[in-house]
Ligand binder design. Structure first.
Ligand code: IPE
Ligand code: IPE
Ligand code: MG
Length: 243
C-alpha cells in the first residue's frame, strides 16, 4: 500500500528550536569526512524549514555552531564556514519564495568578513514585515555568553540612567538577550544525547524538550512532524494545578 503523506499539525504562534547534533557520527558511520556530514546536515535543514513553515510555526531557531565549537579543528571550522556561505547563496531564493525571514544570532565575527557580508545581505533581503516563518540561526552562540552580555548591557543602561534597577523584569531580560525569541515552546535535540550544550538557557524555563536518537543528517520531515504532533498533545501546566 502506498504510504500516505502525514499532514502536519497547525501550530501558529509556537516557537520551536532544534539542536542539530550527529553530523560527525553520521559521517563516520558512512566512512565520509566530517564536512560531508555537515553538508548532509545543511540539506536536511531545507526540508525541515519547509515543514516548519507548513505547520505555521512562529519561529524555528536552529543551533548551527556553539561558542564551544570554536575549539574544533581549523579544517572543520573552515568547512562549516564554506557550507554556510554556499547554503545562504543557494537557499535564500527559496526562503524568499516561502516568505521566511532569516536572522542569525551569536558572535560569528571570527568566521570572517565574507560570512558577515553574506549574512547581512541575506537578512536584508528576507526582512519580510509579516513573515510566514522566522528562521533564526544560532552561529557562534552560547547561552551563558548571551546572559553575560545582556547583564553588561543592562548595567551600562542603569549607569547612564536609561533604565532603573526596578525596570528589570522578565520582559526586560528578553529584550537585552541576543536570541530573537522570548518564550521557547519546543526544543528537539537529535543525535541521542540528553543535554542542552549551552543553548538558549534563559528561554528554556518552560520548554517541552524532546530527544531523538536519529543523527541529524538522517532526520526527516516525517519525524519532525511526529515531534510537532507529540508536542501538540502535551498538557502544559506551567506549575498550575489542573486536576
Ligand atoms: C552538530 O554535529 C553540528 C555542529 C556542532 C557544528 P556534530 O559535528 O557535533 O556531530 P557529532 O556529535 O560529532 O556526531
Ligand atoms: C551542540 O552540539 C551544538 C550544535 C549542535 C551546534 P555539540 O556536539 O557541540 O555538543 P556536545 O559537545 O555534544 O555537548
Ligand atoms: Mg555533536
Amino acid at each position: 500500500m502506498a504510504k500516505t503523506k502525514q499532514s502536519s499539525p497547525n501550530l501558529p504562534g509556537i516557537n520551536a528550536a532544534i539542536i542539530m547534533d550527529g553530523n560527525g557520527r553520521w559521517a563516520k558511520k558512512n566512512a565520509l569526512n566530517v564536512t560531508s556530514g555537515h553538508q548532509r546536515g545543511v540539506d536536511v535543514v531545507r526540508k525541515i524549514v519547509e515543514s516548519a513553515a507548513k505547520a505555521q510555526l512562529e519561529s524555528l531557531s536552529l543551533y548551527a555552531f556553539s561558542t564551544e565549537n570554536w575549539s574544533r579543528p581549523k579544517k572543520e571550522i573552515l568547512g562549516i564556514k564554506k557550507l554556510i556561505i554556499n547554503a545562504i547563496d543557494s537557499q535564500v531564493p527559496e526562503l524568499i519564495n516561502q516568505e521566511v525571514r532569516l536572522n542569525f544570532f551569536g558572535d560569528y565575527s571570527s568566521f570572517g568578513d565574507e560570512i558577515i557580508r553574506a549574512i547581512h545581505q541575506a537578512e536584508k533581503i528576507t526582512a519580510f514585515k509579516k513573515p510566514k516563518l522566522k528562521l533564526n540561526i544560532a552561529l557562534g552562540y552560547g547561552g551563558r555568553k548571551d546572559i553575560i552580555e545582556a547583564t553588561k548591557l543592562i548595567a551600562k543602561d542603569i549607569k547612564s540612567e536609561k533604565i532603573s534597577v526596578d525596570d528589570i523584569s522578565h520582559e526586560t531580560i528578553f529584550k537585552y538577550l541576543q536570541a530573537p525569541i522570548n518564550e521557547l515552546d519546543l526544543l528537539i535535540r537529535t543525535g541521542g544525547d540528553h543535554r542542552i550544550s549551552n543553548f538558549l538557557l534563559y528561554h528554556l524555563a518552560y520548554t517541552e524538550i524532546q530527544f531523538s536518537d536519529t543523527l541529524w543528517p538522517d532526520f526527516t520531515d516525517e519525524e519532525f512532524i511526529k515531534c510537532l504532533e507529540e508536542f501538540s498533545k502535551t498538557e502544559r501546566r506551567f506549575g498550575n494545578r489542573t486536576i
